[in-house]
Design a protein around this ligand. Sequence first.
Ligand code: G1P
Ligand code: ZN
Length: 539
Amino acid sequence: MIKTIATTPYTDQKMGTGGLRKKTKVIMQPNYFENFIQSIFNTIGSLEGKTFVIGGDGRFYNDIAIQKLIKMAVANGAAKLIVGQNGFVSTPAGSNLMLKNHTNGGFVLSASHNPGGENADFGIKYANETGGQVPTSITDKIFQNSKSIKEYKIFEAPDIDLSVIGTQKLGNTIIEIIDPIKDYVEMMENIFDFAALKQLFKKGFTMRFDAMNAVTGPYAQRIFEEILGAPKGSVVHAKPLPDFGGLHPDPNLVYAKELVDFMYSDNAADFGCANDGDGDRNMILGKKFFVTPSDSLAILTDNYQLIPAYKNGIYGVGKSAATSTAVGRVAKAHNIGYYEVPTGWKYFVNLMDSNRITFCGEESFGTGSSHIREKDGIWAILFWLSIIAKTGKSVEEITREHWEKYGRSYYMRFDFEGISTETADDLMQNLENKLPSLSGKEFYGYTVKDAAPFVYKDPVDNSTTKNGLIVYFTDGSRIVYRLSGTGSSGATIRVYLERFSAKDLAKDPRAMLEELSKAAMDIAEIPERTGKHQADVVT
Ligand code: G1P
Ligand code: ZN
């Protein structure tokens, strides 16, 4: 039976870079989740005849939220829901299901790489028929609607058993429970040369995949261990847990420390990699060697011809403004399109849909291609393994040869966390005001060439987005400043440093960027304004 429930609005349901992301307890407030979902339904109009994909990364509250979501979609008249078994779907697998089934979009319940649990974070990623997260024009409307919502609709019924694969009906809605891994594996088999990868493992190649107790563990076990023949146990932290076993499921040098320590030990595997909570991020490691995501994007792009799905050519490549310019040099050499967009995967969607780009990536451990409309952690790992299989070279050799060919962009990101929103906004405003006066000034040996906000004009819908402030120096170095859009409370200031070197290829990035980091602190007056003399997280 459809029930209409009266409700009062919350005022903070604004989606950021990765959907709506909040403290779990905020989401658990009475009607909070329901309000947000109904605001989406009210924004997109009648659900009649519409099909949606539904899943999540399995974090705490996933099981409860997913039942609410299904019953609300049913009450609002959806024709069909494709739901991942036990409520699990990784973000990339979800995007694939949306595209493959020609759906109207879907929901992945995840706060991505943020920790999970009752005292941690929860989130909702909402995608439309592109298979990618909706543009800001829509998220703005959803936010507006959420502020005046008066009621929501929910179908009254016992919880649905999500463990059994098959089709059932609730109200007038068809509910199809599927194995989300099957379709994903099929897609990967169509992109990569699985026979070559099997050969690689047959020859004794070793890897460690750290699933960080999050959603991709079962995907990785199926693909790497069962299909490709990597030794059992190559996938660690493989069982998805509601609180990710206390891990912060963000695959970087700080939070994937156990993997990093292993890969820098004398027992290291040939290849190390990790995914985040919902499986769209990746980290790549060789033996005692780390590949920055910016370099990874450049290297994958340079090697597209080694992959069956891309060997006949790629359209172009996109990167977020904060990502290093390494891939720009590759695009130039291959004479392919090159696009710089604001932070957030949704800006790549129009470029992919209009055949402007095939590959794209962000410095924040996100890499992907137009096979779906989200970044894809396992895809990036299979791509790296394919390069290794086809060239016979190690991660380190591949990366060093890349630098010899193109030069090296030394790159680091500094995050200043837990700052009050007011302090962070003031800092950015002050910096923006003084950008014009910076030209020609020198900081620790670096002379400012130019400084400006980053403004993106989408070539498809002509919308403009302003995101971050960039200071360019005469030697080609850059500092990018921006505020995080994914936090669940307070503000985080991100500072991205890049310095190009054609000849010095094997230096320590910290040493290479020491002066530039001092310049970054001074220019934005970070110590004076935040009281912080160093970053909380450096990646
Ligand atoms: C962060 C990353 C950004 C990524 C987003 C979602 O957003 O920096 O590249 O797209 O997570 O995974 P931020 O917190 O910086 O807004
Ligand atoms: Zn993620």
